[in-house]
Each structure stands twice: as C-alpha cells, then as structure tokens.
Write a protein of this length. Structure first.
Lengths: 368, 374, 244
C-alpha cells in the first residue's frame, strides 16, 4: 500500500509540475466558457444594413427610425440603385437591404397598403432567416401601432412562454457541451497521450516489472486526471451560475454524480486508446479526430441532433457525450430527477464498463 | 535555391515514409467534410408538438389541422392534460405545447378576442426562436383566414393599414445551411493541417536532435523554415482541391466566384497560418506541449471565426480578438468568393490583414527560431 | 605529421558564462592543420560548451576566435561551410535511407549532383555498405550508423571536423574501426577535433588538452603529458589532474 501511495504521489508531482500544461488545462475551460457566454452567440445584434428609400417621406422615416431603434440593426449605407446592392453584398459591407417603394406614405395612408422589399445576403442562411424574422416583427408592430384605434374582429392573442430559458440565452446550450468537451480533452485525450508517452520512453516496462499490480498502475496514472477533471467541472459550473446566471434547477449531487460517471467513461476511453497506439502522435490524431470533432459536432452540443440526416442520427447514438449533454441539460435547466435521466445514465455506465473490459483484455494481451 | 531543393527532397521523402500519416492527412478530412457538413445544420426539419385542446370546437379543430398540414410540425401528443403535455417537454418527447383554452371559439366570435397559449422548450435559444416564429406565423395565417371566412369585412377593417413585405434571399435562395457550412468546414480542415503539422515536424527535429546537425551546416534560417513550410503548403492545397472536388458536387454548392481568386486568397491565408504554426512551435520543446498549445489557440480561433455564428453580434472585445484571428478573415473571404463571387478587389479588407499577419508571424518565427542555440 | 604548422583554430581568452556559472574560463589554445586534437575532460568540465562555441552553435561571452581562418563573430556562414560536425546525439534522419541521408547532407553543402553521386558511391563502398544503400537508417545497427554519420560529416571535405563523443555506447571493435576512419580523414588533411572520455582514445590523438572545471589544465602530445606527470598512461594523467 505504501508503495502504491508513493507511486500516486509521483504521478501527481509529475503532472502538476509542468506549469505550461497546467495553465492550459485550467485556463481552457475558463476561456471557453467566457467565449461562449459573451462572444459566440447565435443571437443577432448590430447587423449592418442598407436602406434604399425611394420615397423619403415621413412614414418611411418613422419606419427607419423604428428599425434602427432596435439594437438588432445598424445602418451603414444608403443605396440609390440596383448595382450598389450587389456591390455592397459582395464586399460584405451589409447583410440586408430594405427597399421602400416610391410614394410610400401616400400608398400607406390612402391605399392602406404599401410595399417594402427586403433583400438579404443569404450566404449565411441562418442570419438571413433571423434578419427577415426580426424585420417583419418590427414592421408588424409598427402597423399594429398605426392601427391601434381600429377595432379588430376575431383577434387571437398569443401568449408564448419560453420554458427553461426565458431570455433565450445561447450560453445555456453551450455550458453542458463545453463540459463534455473539456472532460473529453482532459480525461480521454491527455490520459491516452500520457500513457503512450510512458510507453514511448520505455518507462512503462519498468513499472510493469515493479511489484505494483497492473490495476494499481492504471489507477495511479489516472488519479491525477480525475482530480483535474473534477476541478474543471466545478469551475465550469461555478462560472455558469455566477457569471451567466444559469440555474441549477435539479439536484447538485445528481449533476456531480453524472459528471463523475462521464469522467470515468472518458478515462476508460483514454486507456483504451493508449492500449492500441504506441506513439504520442498517433494517440493525438485518434483523440483529435475520433473524439474531439464528434464531441463538438455529433453530440447535440451546437447542432440539434433531430435536424441531422437519419444516418447521422444513428451514428450519434454511439457518441458518449450525447448522453452526458442531454442528462446535464435536463438536470440543470429542467430539474429532472434520476427517473427522467436513467436511460442516459445507464447507457453511459454500460459504455464505461464495456470500454474498461476491452482495455483490460487488450492490456493483458500486450503483457503476454 | 539548390539548398532549398535538397531540403524539400528530404522533407518529401520523410513524409512519404510515413504513409499512414499521409493517408490520414489526405483522406480523413474529406470524410469529415462529408459527415460534418451534414451534421452541422440549423435547418429545423421537424417540431414535435403537444396540443391540449380544451375547447373541442370547429375552430380549434381547424387550427389543429393547420398544424397537422404544415411540413414543419408533427403532433406527438393530443389530449386534455396540460400537465402531461408539459411533461412531454420534460422528457424530450415534445418541443412545444399549445393550449387551446375552453370557450376559445365562443370568445373569439362574441368578444372578438381570445387568448391562446403556447410554451416552447427554449434550452436551445436559437431553435426556440425559430419554433416560436413558425407557430406564430401559422396562428397568424389562421387568424386571417377565419376573419375572411366568418366576418364580412367591416368598413372599419377597410381602414386598416398594412405593409406588404416581400423578401428575396440572395446567393442562397432556399436558405440551405450546407452551402454555408461546406466552405467553413474546408477552412477548418485546411487550418488544422497547416497549424499542426509543420510545427510538429519542426519540434520533432528538436526532440530527436537532428536540428543541431542542421545548425552547424550552412543552411540559412529562412531556408530551413521554407523547407518545413512548402511541403505542407502543397499538401494543404491538395487537401483544399480534394475538398472542393468532393464538397461542391455532393452538396450542390453554387460556385459563383472564380477559382483563381479562391486559390490566391488561400495562398495568402496558408502563408499566414503555416507561419503561425511555426511561431507556436518555437515556444514548445516537445510535441506534446505544441499539441496543447496549438489545440488551445485553434479552438478559440475556430469558434470565434464565425463558422457557426454571426461575428457582428460579438461585443467589442470579441471583435478585437478577431482582428488578430487569421481564420476569421479567411472564413469571410472564402464564403464571399464561393457564394457571392467576390473578386480580389472585394476581399481586399480580408486579404491585406492576412498578408500583414503572415509577414509578422513569419518574421517572428524566423527571429525566434534561433539558429544559434544559447 | 606536425611539420605543417598552419593554425586552423585559434582560441584566445574564450570565456562563457551562464549567469554566475563560468562554463569556460579564459581558454587559450591553437589547433594545427591536419592534426587529431583530443579535447578531454570529465562530464561537466565544459568541453561540450566550448566545442559548441567553436562550431558556431552558440556565442562566447568574451574572447577572440578564428576557425578555418574566419572570425567567429563576423563570418559564421563561412565557418559553417568549412566544418563538419557529428554530435553524441544521433544526427542522421532515421526515416531516410542511407543514400538519401548522404544526398541530403551533401546537397546542402552545395556539391553538384555529379559529385554527390560519385562521393556517395565511394563512401558506401568504403564502408562496405553496398547492400544497405536503400536501407532505412532506423534499421542499421548503432556501429554502422556512427560510421555512416562520420563519413557524412566529412562528405563535403571540410577543413575541420568536430566529433562530440563519437564512440559513445559502441563495442571496442567498432571503436577501433571508427578510429581507422578518423586516421583516414586526417591523412586527407582534415583536422579532427574530438571530445571523448575514453582515455585509451586519447592515446590515438596527436595532441590532447584536458579540461577541469572550465579551465584547460594540460595541453600537449600524449607522450609529453605522460612524461610531464611521470605516469605510464593517459588515464593516470587524467586522475592526477582531477585530484588537483
């Protein structure tokens, strides 16, 4: 036991000594959460637009003011002819052009109907879609205000509630995803690289001939990463709650337990990768390509799984972070209990056991 | 010039020796392009709807059939319990719940006003916004239709002013997300190659010790660095070409711009990125350190580049970071060229910063890579 | 052999400090053309530091140096073109073949393709490696690699070749073969500057210098040193010096 304690101590010392790596490992989650919270947003704000006002009258001025009064749009250009539109789009100066037809106020006040044409730069289709939605909503509220004195028949008044995220903050979506990504990085990628490094340097053999048991060696190797990962989980949750006011509706203990389970899953994955590779570069390539990109793109982190083609939806079923992200979201935002997320938890637990069994088998083969 | 030739010959021989890595470098990114461009979609194809109809009237049924008829909605739950309907959201079986209250039809006809409530699972704010918009527009359509069906237009109604909004989406009429993502993912793939590999290669010579041998030869700093750079520049171009050859037909990306401009911009960009990777490599003594460092920087740069999200919406300090983010400039440029047909003149405010960036990181890399070790 | 007294390395008052630590303390010596100059010292005595300065891998804190007639501060490029170097770290590319390594190093010294091919053939023949021409260096035994590394270090026929503990880790027979190569090089007029801690190898040198704690404590031919310290072999010279 003493021997084991000394070994674990050495492993901790080994990892926590490399200041540069430490800085990256602790700095990365903080940096990413801040970026996702403040910078990477799917909301639109300050979108640059141009206006082609063919009538330049009182009504068009009021509409323009109303549109620019929102924080969504910023007028950067006025346009006088068709050719200018194309030019401005090509240079990427603007994302939308608003065209008022001529005699706008006359048509609006006397004919009761006037045309506005919206042209968007749909090379970014999401933004184009949002721009149209926002612009129409503003125009709609403008006409509603103009018609305030008219009694409307059969009005359906909708009341919508945005459940779990009333302000539609995108950071709520990104917190669970960032957690998954960091844990995959620290627990799976770095563990696999650390163990292969030991193999490359030949020090693994020395450990294997020592009186330590194989299981003790593995536990000693991964223990520091478990600690690191747990610290990262707490950091991310702390930032999410304090800086971005993300609620933890469900039980904190459950949240912590699920995170720990995921850490073990990731560690088993890391150990498995290290048993099939012999050098660091290959371990890194496998981790990067087989773990990081699917974690970002196929887990529902940024892109909803429901929208993917069917084949990809099937593939996502073998991506562990998918289950983790879904469980974490449910616990934090919906306040789900264990009975709601038991499926996700069971799959994760099953994956962990499976990966461990395979690694142990591979490890033994290697020893024989 | 002759020296560079021999250096290049050596580098290519070494790359050729590691065939596994070469295949990994060439084939995997293309596979990823295919998978990822499909995965990265914000297009909402299906919204699962739970409907609680407490009114059970002609109008409520008509409204429900409106939702049934829409290609965007699937009604997965239809009953009387609002609690159970909300639970459907909790267990992820439904994305939104619409509650039609009792006396909906009666109030609508008698009071000319009736309330309708709906709730959207807003954990994904972006999807929730779109779902909200779709539900609102179906209700609005329905509202217009019943007004014309049930009530004679009153004289007052004739006084109602309206604005007709017509919209046109240029460059991507049907708002297909793949078209937007393919160039973006191409940038990422080429960048990973350019940022990691030349640097790893250089650090490897440090680790093995061959760099010392090189340092006592008459090879100049710039020659050695060019030797690391040119092979990966060529491989990156092959990568880009392969990506374009596969991606364009597969996702029917409409190429409006010229390939000459595209490759010209790519050359400037790769110069900057490769230089940046080499600069990072001068801060690392082992390949492991370099991987962490490059990975850290790469993730930040990619996410901030506007690959998924609009960069205009960022706060000022985010934009300030982007000013030194080469991926941001090229992300913009490649989309402008491919999708909008921008020429060199149009993308000058992307190209000049990249050119300056490239020159600076290169000078720094050569300066920091001390041929004379201390 | 020492008739020719042309000076190819001239070191005057060379000092190298790392912070407070003085690695080289005011070294003064000359190396003559065509001789085998042994640079001896215990580990940490400062011989590798001094050698790196002389080859232009690092700059001295102070002192005047000329190598192959060129000034170390102003004409480093000229120096580099006129020296060869082989370090204790293995310096060939393991993932290139024997021939590819030869071609690469010969190429970067500016030899023409015709000369490269001819010298590569000569070299391979001389080492008896005809059937290993296209073998990856990775799969050569250590002794072969070291002989190859040395031959490549002098492929451009430099004025001086620097060898940093070239025979570390190889068996005595291979070491003997390696020294045959060194003699051949010296016979061709290449000055050999070699660091070693094998005292029997010191006997093979024309002159040796012995460094202790950053200073050169003894300099002369093995014969001179042995009589100066009144001992039978170089090992005893060394032990006497080390004990102070």
């Amino acid at each position: 036991m003493n021997r084991f304690r000394a070994f674990v101590k050495k492993e901790f010392y080994h990892i926590f000594r490399d200041k540069r790596t430490m800085l990256i490992l602790f700095g990365m989650p903080i940096m990413q959460i801040l970026l996702f919270g403040f910078v990477i947003t799917t909301e639109i704000k300050n979108i640059k637009i141009a206006i082609w006002d063919k009538s330049k009258d009182e009504v068009t001025q009021r509409i323009t003011n109303k549109i620019l009064g929102s924080s969504f749009f910023k007028l950067v250009k006025t346009i006088e002819n068709e050719a200018e539109i194309e030019q401005a789009f090509k240079k990427g100066e603007i994302k939308e052009v608003l065209i008022f037809e001529s005699n706008f106020s006359k048509k609006f006040n006397s004919n009761k109907s006037a045309d506005i044409q919206i042209i968007t730069d749909a090379s970014d289709p999401n933004v184009a879609n949002l721009i149209v939605n926002y612009t129409t909503a503003i125009l709609y509220s403008f006409t509603a205000f103009e018609n305030a004195n008219i009694k409307m028949p059969m009005q359906i008044i909708t009341e919508s509630t945005m459940l779990y995220n009333a302000e539609l903050k995108s950071v709520f979506m990104f917190v669970p995803g960032t957690m998954a990504m960091i844990l995959m990085l620290v627990s799976a990628m770095i563990t696999s690289i650390a163990i292969t490094r030991e193999k490359e340097l030949g020090t693994m053999e020395i450990l294997l001939v020592s009186p330590l048991k194989v299981s003790q060696i593995i536990i000693g190797k991964v223990a520091p990463y478990v600690l690191l990962s747990l610290i990262n989980v707490l950091t991310i949750i702390f930032l999410a709650v304090t800086v971005f006011e993300m609620p933890i509706v469900g039980s904190f203990m459950l949240l912590f337990a699920v995170s720990t389970l995921f850490i073990f899953m990731a560690l088993s994955l890391g150990i498995l990768i290290s048993t099939v590779t012999s050098d660091q570069q290959t371990a890194m390539m496998i981790s990067l390509i087989a773990l990081m990109l699917p974690t970002i793109l196929l887990s529902g982190f940024i892109f909803p799984i429901e929208n993917m083609p069917e084949i990809l939806q099937w593939i996502t079923k073998i991506i562990p972070p998918k289950y983790f992200i879904s469980a974490i979201k449910d616990i934090m935002l919906k306040g789900s209990d264990f009975q709601h997320i038991w499926k996700d938890v069971t799959v994760l637990a099953g994956m962990t056991v499976f990966l461990l069994l395979v690694s142990i088998k591979k490890f033994k083969i290697r020893l024989e | 010039m002759r020296t560079i030739f021999f250096i290049l010959q050596k580098e290519f021989n070494q790359i050729k020796r590691n065939l596994f890595m070469l295949q990994l470098m060439i084939i995997l990114p293309v596979v990823q392009l295919i998978v990822l461009a499909n995965a990265a979609t914000m297009d909402i194809k299906n919204i699962n709807l739970a409907i609680v109809d407490r009114d059970v009237s002609t109008l409520s049924r008509q409204l429900i059939s409106k939702f049934e008829g829409s290609p965007f909605f699937t009604i997965t739950y239809r009953d009387f319990s609002e609690k159970e309907a909300l639970n459907q959201i909790l267990i992820n079986e439904a994305d939104a719940v619409i509650v039609i209250p009792e006396n909906f039809q009666k109030k609508l006809i008698k009071n000319d006003k009736a309330k309708l409530q709906f709730s959207v699972n807003a954990i994904n704010g972006m999807s929730a916004g779109i779902t909200n918009y779709y539900i609102q527009s179906i209700i609005l359509d329905f509202n217009k239709k019943i007004i014309s069906d049930w009530k004679m237009p009153s004289s007052e109604l004739k006084n109602m002013k309206s604005i007709n909004v017509k919209f046109q989406h240029w460059y991507n009429k049907e708002l297909i997300f793949n078209i937007f993502m393919v160039p973006g993912i191409l940038v990422v793939l080429v960048t990973i190659m350019g940022m990691f590999l030349p640097g790893l290669n250089l650090v490897r010579e440090k680790e093995i010790g061959t760099i010392e041998q090189i340092n006592v030869t008459p090879i100049k700093k710039y020659q050695f660095i060019l030797g690391k750079l040119i092979p990966f520049l060529i491989i990156s171009f092959i990568e880009l070409t392969l990506g374009l050859l596969v991606g364009i037909p597969l996702f029917s990306v409409p190429v409006v711009g010229s390939f000459l401009v595209l490759y010209g911009a790519a050359l400037v960009y790769l110069f900057a990125v490769l230089g940046f990777g080499l600069l990072l490599s001068t801060f690392a003594n082992t390949q492991q350190q370099l991987m962490f460092l490059a990975f850290f920087v790469l993730i930040i740069y990619i996410l901030m580049s506007g690959i998924f999200t609009p960069t205009e919406s960022m706060p000022d300090w985010g934009k300030a970071i982007n000013a030194i983010n080469p991926i941001y400039y090229f992300m913009n440029a490649i989309r402008m060229i491919i999708l909008k047909g921008a020429g060199f003149y149009d993308i000058r405010s992307q190209i000049f910063p990249l050119l300056i960036y490239g020159i600076i990181v290169f000078s720094l890399a050569i300066f920091r890579y001390r041929k004379t070790a201390v | 052999m020492l008739n020719n007294r042309d000076i190819v390395i001239n070191v005057k008052n060379l000092t190298k400090k790392f912070g407070d630590f003085i690695a080289n303390d005011n070294l003064n010596f000359e190396v003559y053309k065509g001789e085998i100059f042994g640079f001896l010292g215990a580990n940490g005595a400062g011989k590798t530091t001094a050698m790196k300065i002389i080859c232009g891998l690092s700059l001295p804190t102070s002192g005047e140096l000329t190598v192959a007639g060129y000034n170390i501060y102003k004409q480093q490029d000229k120096i580099k073109a006129n020296i060869g170097y082989m370090s204790q770290k293995f310096s060939l590319y393991e993932d290139l073949t024997v021939f590819e390594n030869i071609r690469f190093y010969a190429g970067i010294y500016g030899l023409s393709l015709k000369i490269i091919l001819r010298r590569a053939d000569d070299l391979i023949k001389k080492l008896g490696m005809e059937n290993m021409r296209n073998t990856l260096v990775r799969s050569l035994p250590l002794g072969w690699r070291q002989k190859l590394a040395f031959s490549i270090a002098i492929i451009h026929k430099p004025q001086i070749v620097f060898l940093d503990e070239p025979t570390g880790g190889v068996d005595p027979i291979t070491r003997r073969q390696f020294w045959d190569l060194i003699y051949d090089a010296a016979n061709e007029g290449i000055t050999v500057f070699v660091t070693t801690h094998y005292m029997d190898e010191a006997e093979y040198c024309d002159r040796v210098s012995i460094m202790v704690e950053g200073r050169i404590e003894a300099l002369g031919s093995p014969q001179e040193l042995k009589s100066q310290f009144d001992v039978q072999d170089m090992n005893s010279v060394f032990i006497k010096l080390a004990r102070g």
